[in-house]
Each structure stands twice: as C-alpha cells, then as structure tokens.
Design a protein around this ligand. Structure first.
Ligand SMILES: Nc1ncnc2c1ncn2[C@@H]1O[C@H](COP(=O)(O)OP(=O)(O)OP(=O)(O)O)[C@@H](O)[C@H]1O
Length: 298
C-alpha cells in the first residue's frame, strides 16, 4: 500500500505543478524494484549536452559526499558511455539467483549495455528489444539495497523515454541543458514529457555554462548566459546549478575517473557536490511529504 500511496502522491504533485492530464500508467505494484528506495533519471531533450557526464559525477557525488548507496544504470542502449566514463572492466557475473551482479567502481554499482556486448559492437535493435534489455538491466540485476539508482537516459523525448519513465516508477528527474536557446527549447520538452508521465522534476542543471580559459582564467559565455536559470524560473522548477565547460571534465571522463574523484577539491567537483546535496534533500522532502499524506484507500 505504501508504494501505491507514494505513486499517487507523485501523480497528485505533478497535476498540481503542471496541470497535465493523467494518462493510464502501469500498475505501481508491478513497478517497484526490491531494495531500491529512489530511482532518478538524468535526462535531456537534446543529445550531447553532457547528460552522461552529469549522471556519472552526480552518482559518484551522491555516494561520496552524501554517503548514500548508489547505483548507475546506463539506459542509453544504443550509445552506452558509462563503461568508459566509470572505467568498468569485464562483464557482469551472474549470481546464484540468476541475476547479474553490477560492476562496481568509484563506489557506485553500474549496469550498462556496453558491459554486456563486445567493445565497439553496434546495437541494431527495434524498440521492443531495447525495452526487454532494459528490463533485464533493472529487474534482472542483483542491486542489493540502494538509496538511489541514477538512470542515464537516452537523449530525446520519444517512446523509449516515456516507457522507461513509466516502467521504472521514477522518484524524479534531473534535466540537463546547455545555455543556448536551442538546447533550452529541448529541455522544456523534457520537463513537459516528465510531467505528462507524472514524474516530478528535481531540477534543471546548466552544463557548459561558460568556458574558463586554462591560460588566463577569463570566463567566456560561449553558449550565452543565464538561460537555464531563467528557463527554470519560467517553468517553476528548481535551478540546480552551473557546471562550466572545462577540459578537465572531458579528459577525466575519457580516462574513466570522473572529475569528482580525480580532482575532488576543484570548484567543479564542489559544484557537483552541491547538486548532489540538493537532489538528496529534494528526495528526502518528497519522501516526507508522502509519509505525512493521508493514505488513499481505493
Ligand atoms: N562541462 C563539460 N566540460 C567539458 N566537456 C564536457 C562537459 N560536459 C560534457 N563534456 C564532454 O562532452 C561530450 C558529450 O558529453 P556526454 O556524453 O556527457 O553528453 P550526452 O548528453 O550524454 O551525450 P549523448 O546524447 O550522446 O548521450 C563528452 O566528450 C564529454 O566529456
């Protein structure tokens, strides 16, 4: 009953916040994954804005700074980048109960299609196959107990994103955008898509906010300034913070050691840490709201 009441609470919140029509979703009882408290999506309406980079640094910060038990699911089946960014080696072993054991690194349990197929293999699948694979990569995994499972979503707002949002009973979504208008337009679509499937928006994060010259330290607003903060205000969602465009973020990702691990005292790592704390607090707040709400008996 607790799960159902939570599902209803989240639906009610979304209706209040966004005044959307509630569509018929799957039964909440079928959606719960044993042992996982919260599942959150890191998403963007547009590709290449730094969603995976954010998912990785957020997951590691939630584990290291907020001391939570964290998992990371790479739901970008066609273009998995988590094995590279988290330096995952080998393939997942299978436990006695025939479930896959996630590969752990940097304090986070990870699951990705990139760890299941040979390096460089092209995934050429139609939608239903992808959903089947994602089902295996969530319910077919021995996650143990997790406070948060961070889901690196595929880019866009199509069928796959809607199905994942509905099947995983998300507690909320973090939307990543760069500051330029075209990316923000897509971020707005992302916010709307999640509201339509009754998933609360935890906040909007601006990536590549400005470029800090490695030589002179001068910041330049190459994609514009303040766009995501303004969009967040206009849409009534929380602004989670800014992450600059920095060579170190890219190079540490490519080396498989996220910047929050390779340079934990950098300004960027502190920015990711602040985002993680905000996200953890919002999740706590959502859980409290659900606790003090009267149960709805059907
Ligand atoms: N703040 C940043 N500073 C420097 N490089 C960055 C930053 N954010 C992301 N990148 C780099 O930009 C590239 C794209 O980032 P990433 O893969 O995280 O984007 P994505 O939105 O997940 O892409 P896709 O849509 O293809 O999944 C990567 O090479 C990454 O290292």
């Amino acid at each position: 009953m607790k799960g159902l009441s939570r599902y209803l609470t989240l639906r009610q919140r979304c209706v209040r916040n966004f005044s959307v029509q509630i569509g018929k979703g799957p039964n909440a009882k079928d959606l719960k994954i044993d042992g996982i408290k919260d599942i959150i999506a890191v998403a963007s309406g547009k590709g290449g804005v730094g969603k995976s980079t954010t998912a990785v640094n957020l997951a590691v910060s939630l584990a290291k700074k907020c001391q939570l038990k964290v998992g990371l699911l790479d739901a970008d089946v066609y273009g998995p980048s988590i094995p590279l960014m988290m330096r995952l080696r080998g393939k997942p072993e299978v436990s006695i109960d025939k479930k896959m054991i996630p590969i752990e690194n940097h304090g986070v349990k990870c699951m990705s299609m990139g760890s299941l197929v040979d390096v460089g293999a092209a995934i050429v699948w139609r939608g239903p196959m992808v959903m089947k694979a994602l089902e295996q990569m969530t319910r077919g995994v021995n996650w143990g107990t997790l406070d948060v499972l961070v889901v690196d979503m595929p880019p866009g707002t199509g069928d796959a994103q809607i199905s994942i949002s509905q099947r995983l009973q998300l507690s909320g979504a973090v939307i990543v955008s760069t500051p330029q208008d075209v990316a923000l337009l897509d971020a707005r679509r992302g916010v709307k898509m999640f509201s339509q499937v009754n998933v609360p928006i935890l906040g909007l994060l601006e990536n590549m906010s400005y470029f800090k010259c490695p030589k002179c330290g001068e910041p330049s607003d190459i994609f514009g300034k303040g766009g995501a903060r303004k969009t967040a205000e206009e849409m009534g969602v929380q602004f989670l913070g800014e992450v600059p465009l920095e060579v170190g973020i890219r190079s540490s990702s490519d080396e498989g050691v996220p910047i929050v691990v390779s340079d934990p005292e950098s300004a960027v790592s502190h920015a990711y840490g602040d985002v993680a704390e905000k996200v953890a607090n919002i999740l706590d707040e959502l859980a409290k709201q659900q606790q003090f709400r009267p149960e709805i008996v059907l």
